[in-house]
Write a protein that binds this ligand. Structure first.
Ligand code: MLC
Ligand code: AMP
Length: 576
């Protein structure tokens, strides 16, 4: 055997051993027991982690930039850990670099949205007593104002961080073993996400690294993620849907994320169909969205493609062949949208149910027929209970209790005899959040004495089909608009700051596009006039645009019952 042949053979053996090792690692990652997702980067350093509007970045690229930034963060917080770090980045590589860097240096990430005006950002900063703000030059002016009015240091990301990130790097495993010791991540918090409730101001939902690991590995297994997947990401990055389901899952498994700056129906169609895309960006296999987005995609389809029979066929074939999984969640998926989407794309949407406080808890089984109108069964490792109030006791009466054991529903016998199959949904599992930040009383109120989290959603067990359906919410004061959870009480509180508003009541009206839309009943002060236009203008610096009422009804007074309470269900009916 010539020297050259020997050399070639040895190289091939080395390569194939490396490929086998990588494959073994990739398979193992689905069940990785510990550590935040950045720790997995060493298993697939050269794979593309992210493509944004500028460039593509490998796992090694993102890791090394994050590691650099994490050192700066550690200095800025004087070597401490567990500090809350607010960050506002566009939907691009800067977001992932910053999130990883915050975790590498042992801090808690608090992602913020540029859709929120200054006063709300100030509230978040004060509420979680953050110490540091990280942002890009794009949002520096806005965040500077927050920094000035709070005790936050400000760090504007160096453009070079992301640019360096596009360069080819050669790494050894040691280069990608940064961060703190694993035990740190076993015991500490990772993320605070702000959410509205039925009382008071928004609360910070604290998720630990353990919570996130559970949520991610559950979804990666249940929805059969693989490192070959490519997800098109078009969701906001300050909520669990966009962060955990659509970003951390692919990052965990070594898949590729194509991230758009924001949702745009035309652009999404181009990507889904591979039109005008670079060859390497044509292979999208996963898409996740809220029902409003599917609705908007259908509208765009009707506008652009529907009349062209060839295009209709092309779209159906392309999507059926290329895409593996399309998911809907964050709000109930209307059956007509689901059916229409099937007709257009050949895909039966997988619907799942979740919450900021719990991550995903119910989901269609991946291999099932995903019948529309229900949300399947509890995900593995999640237990659920349906309960109702007990007239004779303070305790809730359990209607049924079950969990998912090896893909099958397993009921707790003693409670499954009930005839009634509808009640408030309670959940338990390792993904459930730890606490509302600095609010022990509010946290306690949301759990039963035996540790079940009360979702506030009404759920029904459909015994014949052995699946669960979300049928409504206990409180009329929670509105879900386009997947965002809004508090009617918070919007009312803001509207009452208007100098010409005497009284108001906010309700959610059923709406085809938004699921629910915000409607306001307003009593103006004497001789004052309120219009939607001037309300929208006035609201600009008071609340995010998506809180602003889309419907307005001027009243002489708001009707109340004998107890002085507004019957919002009745009030809403007066619009129809
Ligand atoms: C935008 N607008 C909304 C709105 N989104 N109004 C009400 N509700 C919304 N959700 C307003 C804008 O302010 C603007 O008002 C007008 O509609 C058009 O704005 P746009 O920016 O062009 O809209 P678009 O980009 O199409 O946004 C729609 C959307 C977006 C559906 C893409 O709302 C979105 O990304 N939603 C996803 C929310 C999400 O991720 N939720 C997950 C929460 S976690 P004007 O006045 O300028 O005309 C969770 C747990 C779980 O729920 O289970 O997942
Ligand atoms: P959030 O607080 O923003 O995390 O929103 C959580 C809420 O979204 C839940 O309490 C439900 O009301 C709603 N939700 C999420 N997924 C679904 C779904 N598939 N069907 C119905 N409601 C849903």
């Amino acid at each position: 055997m010539s020297l050259l042949t020997k050399h070639l053979r040895s190289s091939i053996m080395k390569l194939s051993k490396r490929a086998q090792q990588t494959q073994a690692k990739l398979q193992a990652t689905a069940n990785l027991p510990g550590g935040p997702v950045f720790r997995n980067a060493q298993n697939f350093p050269d794979r593309v982690a992210l493509r944004d509007h500028i460039s593509s970045y490998t796992y090694a690229n993102i890791y090394l930039s994050a590691n650099e930034l994490s050192k700066e963060i550690t200095q800025l917080v004087h070597g401490r850990t567990g500090e809350r770090v607010l960050f506002m980045c566009p939907n691009d590589a800067n977001y992932v670099i910053t999130l990883w860097a915050i975790w590498m240096s042992g801090q808690i990430a608090v992602p913020l949205s540029p859709m929120h005006p200054k006063n709300i950002l100030l509230y978040y900063a004060n509420d979680c007593a953050s110490k540091l703000i990280i942002t890009t030059s794009e949002y520096a002016d806005l965040m500077q104002k927050v920094s000035k009015n709070t005790h936050n240091r400000m760090h504007v990301l160096d453009e070079k961080l992301k640019l360096n990130c596009t360069q080819k790097v050669t790494t050894s495993q040691n280069d990608l073993e940064g961060g703190l010791p694993l035990e740190f991540y076993d015991n500490n918090n990772a993320l605070i996400l702000y959410t509205s409730g039925t009382t008071g101001s928004p609360k910070g939902v604290v998720l630990s690294h353990k919570n996130l690991q559970f949520q991610i590995s559950t979804l990666v297994d249940a929805w059969k993620w693989s490192s070959n997947d490519v997800i098109l990401h078009t969701l906001p990055l300050h909520h669990v849907h966009g962060i955990v389901n659509a970003l951390l899952c692919p990052l965990h498994i070594g898949a590729k994320t194509i991230m758009l700056k924001k949702f745009n129906a035309n652009n999404v169609w181009s990507y889904l169909l591979g039109i005008n895309a670079k060859p390497e960006d044509r292979k999208i296999s996963v898409y996740m969205a809220v029902p409003t987005i599917y609705n908007k995609l259908i509208e765009e389809y009707d506008r652009v493609f529907k009349a062209d029979n060839k295009m209709v066929e092309y779209i159906r074939n392309t999507m059926k062949n290329k895409i593996r999984l399309m998911v809907s969640g964050s709000a109930g998926l209307p059956v007509p949208i689901c059916e229409r989407w099937k007709e257009i794309s050949g895909h039966r949407l997988l619907e799942r149910y979740g919450m900021t406080e719990t991550g995903m808890t119910l989901s269609h089984v991946y291999e099932s027929d995903r019948e529309p109108g229900n949300v399947g069964i509890p995900l593995p490792g999640v237990s659920i209970r349906l309960v109702e109030d007990d007239e004779n006791s303070e305790e809730l009466k359990t209607i049924l209790e079950c969990s998912n054991v090896d893909g099958e529903l397993k009921f707790t016998e003693k409670v499954y005899k009930s005839e009634n199959h509808k009640g408030e949904l309670l959940v338990k599992g390792d993904g459930i959040f730890r606490e509302y930040y600095n609010r022990p009383e509010a946290t306690r109120k949301e759990f039963t004495n035996d540790g079940w989290f009360k979702t506030g959603d009404i759920c029904e067990y459909l015994a014949e089909k052995k699946v669960f359906k979300i049928v409504g919410r206990k409180s009329v004061d929670i509105i879900k608009s386009g997947g965002y959870k809004l508090s009617a009480l918070e919007i009312e509180a803001k509207l009452l700051l208007h100098p010409d508003i005497q009284e108001c009541a906010v309700v959610g009206l059923e709406d085809e596009t938004w699921g629910q839309q915000v409607a306001a009943f307003v009593v103006p002060k004497q001789d004052k006039e309120i219009t939607l236009e001037n309300l929208r203008k006035w609201s600009e610096d008071k609340m995010p645009k998506y809180w602003v009422p889309k419907v307005l009804k001027i009243m002489n007074s708001i009707p109340k019952n004998a107890m002085g309470k507004v019957n919002k269900k009745e009030l809403a009916k007066s619009f129809s």
